[in-house]
Design a protein around this ligand. Structure first.
Ligand code: ADP
Ligand code: ZN
Length: 199
């Protein structure tokens, strides 16, 4: 299974991707997880993107494409992949199309998770994330709390509110989504026959 998952922040791309990995053998590739891992490690990449991410801005298309060109050639992608949080702009979608053609990879589908804005707003402000960069499990203080408050069920690390999940950064991320990412729905609809809209 080779899928692109589209949708606003908080729509459920990561949650759906994690579920699908269990049944399909495909790997989840989350550019957000990759970048947060780099920030936590303090690598060169992490230093480059930290400020941008904390503010809820997108990192540059060129940088994301360098990461994804390498990632899509790793052997675990042969059994399928679920792209979560990428592509995020029209230039990324165009570059991905070229990259897939070059690597001889055919996508099965782009799936849009269409969730009302008030629901994503509520979800984002109540979302909590495991700080362990190898885990990054997602919880919700209302609908899916961990068994012990503040502690990840899966790995025992702390769960926290992400730095870009302050009210200000959330509204900035949603505005960025509307401006830069929502146009991808039209892009993949125009690709024809391989687009699904899910509520
Ligand atoms: P969200 O919950 O907003 O979908 P992600 O975990 O996917 O969050 O991404 C977190 C941050 O990482 C984004 O706000 C952005 O700064 C950066 N990022 C992730 N993926 C991309 C991408 N494809 N292009 C540019 N920036 C990205
Ligand atoms: Zn964890």
């Amino acid at each position: 299974m080779k899928l692109i998952l589209l949708g606003a922040p908080g729509a459920g791309k990561g949650t759906v991707a994690k579920r699908l990995t269990k049944t399909s053998g495909a790997v989840q590739i989350s550019t957000g997880d990759i970048l947060r891992g780099a920030v936590k490690e303090g690598s060169e990449l992490g230093k480059q993107v930290a400020a941008c991410m904390a503010a809820g801005d997108l990192v540059s298309d060129a940088l994301i494409m360098r990461i994804m060109e390498a990632r899509l050639q790793e052997p675990d992608c042969d059994s399928g992949f679920l792209l979560d949080g990428f592509p995020r702009t029209i230039p990324q979608a165009e570059a991905l199309k070229e990259l897939l053609a070059k690597l001889n990879i055919e996508l099965d589908m782009a799936v849009n998770l269409d969730v009302p804005k008030d629901v994503v707003l509520d979800r984002l402000s109540t979302r909590r994330t495991c700080v362990n960069s190898d885990c990054q499990a997602i919880y919700n203080v209302k609908s899916n709390p961990p068994k012990q408050e503040g502690v990840c069920d899966k790995c025992g690390a702390a769960i926290v509110q992400r730095e870009d999940e302050t009210e200000e950064a959330i509204s900035h991320r949603l505005a960025t989504y509307e401006e830069k990412t929502a146009p991808l729905i039209g892009f993949y609809e125009a690709e024809g026959g391989r687009f699904v809209n899910e509520r």
